[in-house]
Design a protein around this ligand. Structure first.
Ligand code: ADP
Length: 646
């Protein structure tokens, strides 16, 4: 919030009606004024003919007043008001009792003179009056202005709101909308809520220490870092770490998202950056946290120049200037988080700005277990929860995914009206998050079901007989999410993969299609997902990992992300052809090998497929009865599936 006693996150939202009440008052006053002025006008409307044939003819008229040359007011003689024809007019009415509108004064006087002559009555006094209705006049020019001003305010509020929250004072437009956490307003998150990420926690704790005890460091001549960049995939706990810092640092902590700087108006972003740093400096020692900094910190110019955004650049420049500007000992440290470290401007990442980069990675088995432990703290659990197996089955899951599993398990248990959440709920939650909801109602013909069963049995049979393939956990032909069936594995978590492991993975992924060909003699569209994986894996083997003898030890991988932005490939046409050819050969070889394996074990393939058609799900414990014993390895879950539609 743009003032010095900033909004706390717990504060209830402002009541929009309260802010707008004066607008309602003004409008009501106008309407009321108009009503008073015109609504109480009690003269009755009449016509020229009625006036002439009744009032004039009977000599009831005392006088006439012509107003603004448009309207004639008729004053009747008091003694004539008793007549029957005026029974609707109050006797005490001071007049005018009637009025009528005229086309022009000339016409009216002409008609009147003529009528008087015709009727042979006495002249009637006529007055001419100019009346101005200041309220109506004022209304006619104030009203459009009021509308314009309201519209303007409304637009500004909408735009102010878009940057952060609704109900921002439009005159605080150029001010930053960072949330402030300080001694009055604590973040509830502590380091105990952050599981794993030990190295990151050490570094982050050190930052807090810099701020609290700068002398320890400056005494030895060290300069305190100005910025720390948290880089890592979504859901790995970057924001959570920052919140924990806010909860534990005991220094003011300003939190803002990168996108809140960017606004439609030029210059607003830069002015918000200035304002943010000014406030942070006032409260130094303090921490500024900018989430999703890639919204402003993307590299300037270059390949994306067509999409370049001047406003974003000037905001970034201002940020760079501010970070350079405050002296080392001012006591403001900037924390920033991004999923896209590769697109950030180099100037932002250089020492002196964000001196420290903390790379967060997806958690390993141990860390996942710790994250599960954090998230089950608040759940009501049955005694059979096996965190070991849960963390083993969730490789590649981020902290956010795990938090989601815990919540999903609780929801599933609640749906089943259970008192406690048990292991089955957790397993179902994992399945659901990996593959989507079970869709038992999906209509699949028997033929299609057969194809799916053989396809999945093909994956299972191939992987069972491949020495380096992942351990099979279960095979299912229950449709889930977009897939019609799936084989679930417990893969080992490796940091390095050997060529043999890659090849076995290729073969296992091709098992589905190979089984279709071996059994039915024809293939279907069901292998889309597998083929996509196979193609990508084969390309990475050839073009990135240098695993192809013809290409040799060459990698076209680009960790800086610049190739993505350029239209040119980093290799020649011939090399491109060679890569394509080698990839094709690799996949062909793997396919031939898989087919051979399935032909060899066709009886097992058919047994499994038939059992699948009967039971829909085959679990790990039933597999040795079909395949014989296999050495199991420790690891975790992934799946291969058939998409419902290509
Ligand atoms: P991001 O890295 O995208 O900023 P967040 O920090 O917002 O991700 O994480 C999202 C959620 O995931 C958190 O609110 C928390 O519940 C959970 N989470 C992520 N990492 C961890 C972790 N290391 N320990 C505990 N919970 C975590």
């Amino acid at each position: 919030m743009p003032n010095d006693s900033p909004d706390t996150p717990t504060k209830s939202p402002r009541n929009p009606f309260k802010n707008w009440i004066w607008v309602y008052v003004v409008v009501l006053a106008f309407i009321g004024g108009q009503w008073l002025l015109f609504g109480s006008y009690s003269a009755k409307e009449t016509t020229w003919q009625e006036f002439r044939d009744q009032m004039l003819k009977n000599e009831d008229v005392a006088s006439l007043t012509v107003i603004n040359g448009e309207r004639v007011e008729v004053y009747l003689l008091p003694e004539k008001l008793n007549k029957d024809r005026y029974e609707k007019i109050s006797k005490n009415h001071p007049g005018p009792q009637y009025f009528f509108n005229i086309g022009s004064v000339d016409q009216f006087t002409g008609d009147l003179d003529e009528a008087i002559a015709d009727l042979g009555i006495a002249e009637v006094p006529v007055k001419y009056e100019k009346r101005s209705n200041w309220l109506a006049d004022a209304f006619s020019w104030i009203f459009p202005i009021v509308i314009l001003v309201l519209l303007w305010l409304f637009l500004l509020r909408r735009m102010g709101g878009a940057g952060g929250k609704g109900g921002v004072n439009p005159f605080d437009f150029g001010k930053s909308s960072a949330k402030l956490f300080d001694q009055h307003n604590h973040s509830q998150v502590t380091f105990a809520d952050v599981a794993g990420l030990d190295e990151a926690k050490v570094e982050i704790r050190e930052i807090v220490d810099f701020l609290k005890n700068p002398d320890h460091y400056t005494r030895l001549g060290a300069k305190i870092p100005k910025g720390v960049m948290l880089i890592g995939p979504p859901g790995t706990g970057k924001t959570l770490l920052a919140k924990a810092v806010a909860g534990e640092a005991q220094v003011p902590f300003f939190s803002i998202s990168g996108s809140e700087f960017v606004e439609m108006f030029v210059g607003v972003g830069a002015s918000r950056v200035r304002d943010l740093f000014r406030k942070a400096k006032e409260k130094a020692p303090s921490i500024i946290f900018i989430d999703e900094i890639d919204a402003i910190g993307r590299s300037r110019g270059k390949a994306f120049s067509l999409q370049s955004n001047d406003e974003r650049e000037s905001t970034l420049n201002q940020l760079l200037t501010e970070m350079d500007g405050f002296g080392t000992n001012v006591g403001v440290i900037v924390l920033a988080a991004t999923n896209r470290g590769d697109v950030l401007d180099k100037a932002l990442l250089r020492p002196g700005r964000f001196d420290r980069h903390i790379n967060l990675e997806l958690p390993n088995v141990e860390e996942r277990r710790a994250i599960f432990r954090v998230h089950i703290r608040s759940l009501v659990l049955a005694g059979d929860i096996d965190l070991e197996s849960l963390s083993a089955q969730t490789p590649g899951f981020s902290g956010a995914d795990i938090a989601n599993i815990c919540n999903e398990a609780a929801l599933i248990a609640a749906r089943r009206r259970k008192e406690k959440i048990d292991m089955r709920d957790f397993m179902d939650a994992v399945d659901r998050i990996i593959a989507g909801m079970e869709k038992k109602s999906k209509i699949i013909s028997d033929d299609e079901k057969r194809i799916v069963a053989y396809h999945e049995a093909g994956h299972a049979t191939a992987s069972w007989h491949l020495p380096h393939a992942d351990t099979l956990l279960k095979v299912s032909i229950v449709p889930r999410g977009k897939s019609l069936g799936a084989a679930w594995y417990l893969p080992q978590e490796h940091q390095i993969y050997t060529e043999d492991q890659f090849l076995d993975r290729l073969c296992a992924a091709l098992g589905g299609r190979a089984a279709e060909e071996v059994v039915f003699g024809k293939i279907s569209s069901g292998a889309l997902d597998d083929l996509e994986k196979v193609t990508k894996l084969a390309y990475t083997m050839v073009a990135y990992y240098g695993l192809n003898p013809k290409l040799g030890n060459i990698s076209y991988f680009d960790s800086t992300g610049q190739y993505d932005q350029s239209l040119h490939k980093p290799y020649s046409e011939e090399t491109a052809q060679l890569i394509d050819e080698e990839v094709r050969k690799l996949v062909q070889k793997a396919y031939a090998r898989t087919k051979k394996l399935l032909i060899e074990h066709r009886d097992q393939l058919e047994t499994l497929a038939e059992q699948l058609l009967e039971k829909e799900v085959i679990l790990k414990k039933d597999l040795p009865a079909i395949f014989g014993e296999k050495e199991t390895k420790a690891g975790a879950t992934s799946k291969k599936n058939i998409p419902a539609k290509p």
